[in-house]
Design a protein around this ligand. Structure first.
Ligand code: ADP
Ligand code: MG
Length: 261
């Protein structure tokens, strides 16, 4: 049955066709909704000419206290995505306006957000793969002029990719922040704070004294397991990534993760 949904009085899907104000978006048939956030809705779509899946994001104010113009914000977000390496962010194909709305077409990722993935990934190996993948994606997308700015677990997709050596877990960032957080914290500081908090969230089950003692890991009176010998090794395993981050941010994330001043 053709998909049908009403997002606002002006934005709705009827018979699989997306209506934005008085216009329709004709190249795509809409099959469902992939996700919704404060800034818009992302539809599960199919490109009728190219016969390929797509994700269509429409920028809309759906919640929060943000009063920014959604077209301006969407253009800034789409441009950041377009300027980034599509091996580490979702590939954006196009962005255009229809009536007073902006929409973009992107590759559709068949997977789950990092936030959802963390709910049922409790073992050390998986958590460590996720931590590595996340830091690698951040490293590969952060330059002196471009950075994600809002890379929390809800803005990271985790998916499987088939290869010669079996299935590999892969990760891509989406939903770039558009750095209009004036005031207390500058956007670059916010970027690194969110990266740090997300990393700590990924390794949380193993970032405790109890866990370290259970594993007979030398603890040396440090405050948490991150600072114990085991995680020193693990963090050293990330050497390149963390070293690169350190250089970029001008403070040592590696040292911060180890609890050094
Ligand atoms: N290209 C995509 N492929 C698959 N799912 C996506 C894609 N883009 C977004 N989503 C889903 O939609 C959700 C909301 O998208 P997002 O761009 O983060 O919107 P918002 O700016 O409102 O937070 C994401 O958390 C994710 O679950
Ligand atoms: Mg989001």
């Amino acid at each position: 049955m053709a998909f049908k949904v009403k997002i606002t009085k002006d934005v709705f899907v009827e018979n699989g066709t997306l209506h934005l104000g008085k216009q329709t978006v004709d190249r795509f048939v809409i099959r469902g909704i992939l996700g919704k956030g404060a800034n818009g809705v992302v539809f599960d779509a199919h490109h009728l000419v190219l016969n390929q899946p797509r994700a269509i994001k429409v920028w809309l104010k759906l919640g929060g206290t943000d009063t920014r113009d959604k077209v301006t914000q969407g253009i800034a977000e789409a441009q950041k995505l377009a300027a980034s390496d599509p091996r580490h962010v979702v590939m954006i194909y196009d962005a255009e306006t229809a009536g007073q709305y902006l929409y973009s077409s992107m590759e559709k990722i068949t997977g789950r957000t990092l936030a959802e993935t963390l709910k049922d990934s409790d073992d050390l190996h998986t958590r460590w793969m996720l931590a590595r993948g996340y830091i690698h994606a951040i490293q590969s997308t952060t330059t002196s002029s471009l950075y994600h700015g809002d890379a929390h677990p809800g803005n990271v997709m985790v998916y499987d990719e088939d290869g010669d050596y079996g299935t590999m877990m892969r990760m891509k960032l989406l939903d770039f922040g558009t750095s209009l957080f004036s005031g207390k914290e500058n956007s670059r500081a916010r970027h690194w704070r969110i990266v740090y908090e997300t990393f700590v969230r990924i390794i949380a089950p193993f970032n405790s004294k109890d866990w370290a003692l259970e594993q007979s890991i030398p603890y040396e009176g440090r405050e948490d397991a991150l600072r114990c010998a085991y995680f020193d090794d693990v963090i050293d395993g990330l050497g390149m990534e963390l070293g690169h981050l350190d250089g970029l941010v001008g403070f040592s994330l590696g040292a911060k993760l180890r609890g050094e001043p």
